[in-house]
Design a protein around this ligand. Sequence first.
Ligand code: 5RP
Length: 228
Amino acid sequence: MIDVDGQKRAAGEAAAALVETGMIVGLGTGSTAVWFVRALAARKLNIIGVPTSKATEELAAGLGIRIGELGETRTIDLTVDGADEIGPGLSLIKGGGAALLREKLVWEASSRCVVIADAAKRVKTLGKFLLPIEVVAYGHKTTALRICDALAEFDLGVAPMLRRRDGEPVKTDGGNLIYDAACGRIEEPAALAAALKSVTGVVEHGLFLDLADLALVGGPDGVMEFEP
Ligand code: 5RP
């Protein structure tokens, strides 16, 4: 029986096996992505990695992976990243590590996106995990009220909470703030995504829809593959 960390590791290693020499590879963020980056570095392929956070950049560069910036390279061939929830059709919640904006920018620039996770991340309906929403710092309390109104339209009458660490608001790599919304059940993810994007001050949200091409999910007995 493989424990949770072993499941993450197995998924990361399976994803690293998909990388071929010469590729431009998007490097995700989080504890599962760390296993991927380590396994990828160990293969010593001639690739360029495009990190989705400063933390991943530091890790990858330290392990000898050549680093490229988004936009500097041609299209990204393959991005591998973790997720907080994997729902139907490989709809995802991401952003638990506060890297959702850079992650989405890299995912959207990629020809293929592979999500890696442990089995507990699979859900029938998205929303049990808090939905991260990245907002600009200026006027964020007003933005939070407008997010509240947007959520209420979907009967998600919850007040989003400003994410804090050690009592201080968490700042993203881009200097923005994160609000987390306890949605419970997100029945209409696409409509909710559009409503959140229409709020001025919202930079991005953690719903990743129609982006993942493959999920590699570590389970108690090995890695399972899922397609949308
Ligand atoms: C960071 C993310 C991560 O991919 C997500 O939080 C999963 O993390 P972990 O692999 O540590 O469970 O979206 O913004």
